[in-house]
Design a protein around this ligand. Structure first.
Ligand code: NYM
Length: 203
């Protein structure tokens, strides 16, 4: 039965700042799954193989200038243009391990000051992951890992902002501060009717 939760592949997302180790871990995960005889593929966003991906790539390498909203729309379009292939693969039983997804879309764009709700709205309707693995690294530590390249977002000050926008709650803060942050997030979830997932669901 095509889309049943038993036969479909899983959508596994690795998230985290640049140089958090997503690529290394996802290729290890891929080998592991293949070793167990699973059908699995490694994907990444941004996906530079498409026309939209090329536009984003040229923006990131400072070859073109784009307004912040416009680049967010392009990143979102890059997720959307892969949606149907993603769904097809999952339905035929292929597990997808995906580096960066709309969480990065929202985190990187809201770090520039765009409204979180505006950023999120464009991603509603994409396929919801079954599992999100967030690789937590301090931005300062990430720069020590061989340094960044020359892409636009690969700068310490910006990565610090992005890391706050991923909304990971630091459990070492005062108890009232943690509660306050969880309260906001919980209410966002309730408002958006987030439910437990079994079959393929959409955001
Ligand atoms: N990025 C990635 C975004 O700003 N928005 C998105 O929606 C996604 C998927 O693009 N610094 C950022 C994160 C990276 C950059 O990704 C390029 P890659 O595949 O790590 O080179």
């Amino acid at each position: 039965s095509g889309g049943s939760s038993e036969s479909r592949g899983a959508l596994v997302v690795l998230e985290g700042l640049d140089r958090s180790g997503k690529t290394s871990q996802s290729s290890r995960l891929l080998s592991y799954l293949e070793g167990l005889g699973h059908s699995a593929e490694l994907w990444r966003f941004l996906d530079r193989s498409t026309d939209v991906g090329q536009m984003i790539s040229s923006y990131l390498s400072n070859k073109s200038q784009l307004d912040d909203h416009t680049i967010h729309l392009l990143f979102s379009a890059n997720h959307w243009e892969k949606r149907s292939l993603m769904e097809t693969k999952l339905k035929i039983g292929t597990t997808l391990i995906v580096n960066h997804y709309f969480y990065s879309g929202v985190a990187f764009s809201s770090a520039k000051g765009l409204g979180v709700e505006w950023c999120k709205a464009l991603e509603v309707g994409l396929l919801a992951p079954d599992l999100v693995l967030y690789l937590d690294i301090q931005p300062e530590k990430a720069t020590e890992r061989g340094g960044y390249g020359d892409e636009r977002y690969e700068q310490l000050e910006f990565q610090k902002k992005v890391s706050q926008c991923y909304q990971i709650v630091d459990a070492c803060q005062p108890i009232e501060d943690i509660e306050k942050q969880l309260f906001v997030r919980r209410n966002v979830c309730i408002k958006n009717h987030i439910k437990p997932r079994s079959n393929l669901t959409i955001v």
